[in-house]
Design a protein around this ligand. Sequence first.
Ligand code: 3PG
Length: 307
Amino acid sequence: MKVLVATEKPFAKKAVDGIKEIIEAAGLELVLLEKYTDKAQLLEAVADVEGIIIRSDKVTAEVIAAAKNLKIVVRAGAGYDNVDLAAASERGIVVMNTPGQNSNAVAELALGMMVYMARNQFNAGTGSELQGKTLAIHAYGNVGRLVGLKGKALGMNVIAYDPFITDEAVFERDGVKKMNSVAELYAAADYLSLHIPATAETKGSIGYDLAMSMPKGATLVNTARKEVINEEGLMKAMEEREDLKYITDVAPEAKDAYAEKFGKRYFGTPKKMGAETAEANINAGLAAARQTVGYLKEGITKFQVNK
Ligand code: 3PG
């Protein structure tokens, strides 16, 4: 049986070596497709494989249809909005993610970006400190929680909201204040760190009204997905309010317009780099390999997301 690692943005070599070792130790064959530039290359590579390990690579209905022997897709990472779950389920193909494995890398970047913005993007001039500021976490999953804990270590006042966590104790154990609504969260946020997935409900959900409700000088930090932002709405708010800032690891569609209009009030990384650490690559890559083997050899479905 063959397992394809298809990564337009490749893993660190050490991670690839580790994946190979796990796959081969299980008597499976590893096929590697890195830095591909054309969908046709992916369609060709999936033709005869039983398993696929990916990052943000798009596994569409077309890719699934081209993969005649496919049994499992593992997204080495958290968000699986890049996989057509319905098309996979229709063929009985299992889709998994590797929750938590790259969270620390993303959390460190979120805090790093806050410092970068607070210090005028490392340009001359008087900046500000994170200590004493309110850090609002939108969605308290693996990444959100780590951002909160690290923010607390920096002396920030951490508050959070998660529509799926109603148990106050989850927040209390971390010394984080639970807010009761998105509106309450944004209205109190000096720094708003976004950790919501891109779903039908969340796409375009962060826009003009929420941005306008933020306190004076607030910064929106997006290490989640560009799709959750209503780009026009956020742009309008930033045009009306010259104190608002936006920093993102997932560049907007209109990134040039944002850069041109807002100068140092906006920053976007050239390519998503939240999970781009050797450690995160190794954690997520090796977990994906183990999960792939676990399913193909023993039928283990832990972390399946398309039940
Ligand atoms: C994730 O969902 O795990 C992150 O967005 C990382 O994505 P990447 O593997 O494409 O860097």
